[in-house]
Design a protein around this ligand. Structure first.
Ligand SMILES: [Zn+2]
Length: 414
């Protein structure tokens, strides 16, 4: 029957794409690898691995990357992603600046820049124009002859819709229903993928950082605001409208401090960068808004042991973080929690011991004994790197066939 023919054709094509995806994922995450290891990792037959790899080598998406001695046999050829195949861009839209970085397919950072934004109400069109100009400038500087495969963007706030058609709601920066993927892909003529910044940080740490090897894990972002990315069995948990993981707005104090979200007693109102700055300002000469948040946090850290107020604030932060993390442990039973974000990475080494003490007092003993709390390994670039993984994820899902470079959305047929 003709119908059967069509079905089987689609199935063969899908299978081929599936095999290509299956091989590309470990090559991106763990390459270089040899054909035998790729077969073991993917469960594909030796013949399938050979066929697909031959195809990927011909397309120059994959290249040979030296040889590896094998016990008693011939040296095995190592295969890796071709760094010259294309550039992926990661963009981290923070509350005070936009970090833009270009990577090759082996995750090597080729170049980057930070563009300041109006910390109160960054105008969407200005941010889009700045990002587009900076991306073009970076690519022109570092890889003018290499095609840009796509642009991934991490933003604060709730991101709904598919990553390539995302809409952003970020009351903290005054953005409501902003169709950021469409605006940016229009400005850049490149495929653009957008997700929440805690989620892109989470992806980066899970793929390449402190979350590697864990399947049930939570990556928390401590910065000006607070968020998290929850992974269950290796998959990012999103909820019905993609706002799952808004841990910063769970309540840890009835009738507690006012939060930027309009609620009170939120985690963010105790351990968010802006909240800590407010606390320190109330007890020192610093006036909020007169110095950058990071500079004020450095002052606070410097004042430890000299000004009792500083020690008190840091103890409160450790307690609040321990209590709030204990809730995550009780609710999700993770094997690992990774603390990232500029503030998490700065305060983590100072407070982790105390945070762990509070956590083990507060969480149920059984899950608390089975979780390890670790600091992120990817530094401050993690949100941008994670945003670039949105592009890689799409490339892998498409079996390594980049989208057309005229934008993420199909053009309407006239
Ligand atoms: Zn809140």
């Amino acid at each position: 029957m003709p119908g059967d023919t069509v079905t089987s054709r689609v199935t063969v094509k899908d299978m081929r794409r599936g095999n290509r995806s299956a091989l590309l994922r470990p090559l991106l995450l763990d390459g270089p690898l040899n054909r035998i290891t790729l077969g073991q990792l993917t469960g594909l037959s030796g013949a399938s691995v050979t066929n697909v790899i031959t195809e990927l080598l011909e397309e120059r998406l994959v290249v040979e990357a030296g040889t590896q001695e094998s016990e008693g046999g011939r040296p095995r050829v190592q295969l890796g992603m071709n760094p010259d195949f294309g550039v992926v861009i990661g963009v981290d839209i923070g509350e005070t600046g936009v970090r833009i970085e270009a990577f090759d397919l082996t995750r090597r950072m080729l170049g980057g820049a930070v563009v300041p934004v109006d910390p109160l109400r960054p105008a969407v069109n200005d941010v889009v124009a700045d990002i587009a100009a900076t991306v073009n400038q970076i690519v022109g500087d570092v890889a003018p002859a290499t095609p840009v495969i796509g642009v991934g963007v991490g933003v604060p706030g709730i991101v709904t819709g598919a990553a390539d058609q995302a809409s952003v709601n970020a009351p903290n920066i005054g953005w409501a229903d902003v169709p950021l993927s469409r605006l940016l892909s229009g400005a850049l003529a490149k495929p653009v993928f957008v997700d929440n910044c805690a989620k892109t940080l989470g992806l980066a740490e899970m793929w390449f950082g402190a979350g590697r090897g864990a399947r049930d894990a939570i990556v928390v972002l401590l910065g000006t605001g607070v968020g998290s990315a929850i992974f269950s069995r290796g998959h990012l948990f999103r909820g019905v409208s993609s706002s799952a993981g808004e841990w910063g707005h769970t309540c840890i104090a009835m009738n507690g401090r006012r939060c930027r979200c309009g609620g009170s007693g939120c985690v963010e109102a105790y351990i968010g960068g802006y909240a800590i700055v407010e606390q320190w300002a109330a007890r020192s000469d610093v006036r909020p808004g007169t110095a950058g948040e990071e500079a004020v946090i450095e002052e606070l850290i410097d004042a430890r042991g000299r000004q009792p107020g500083a020690d008190k604030i840091l103890e409160e932060v450790a307690q609040a973080a321990g209590v709030a993390l204990a809730s995550l442990v009780n609710l999700f039973n993770p094997e690992r929690i990774v603390i990232g974000g500029w503030l998490g990475l700065r305060l983590g080494p100072l407070l982790l011991h105390r945070i762990n003490e509070v956590l083990s007092e507060q969480a149920l003993a059984y899950p608390a004994a089975r979780v390890s709390i670790q600091l992120g390994e990817l530094g401050r670039d993690a949100v941008a790197l994670g945003a670039s993984t949105l592009v890689l994820d799409d490339l892998v899902a498409r079996g390594g066939k980049p989208r057309p470079s005229d934008g993420a959305l199909p053009r309407p047929r006239l």
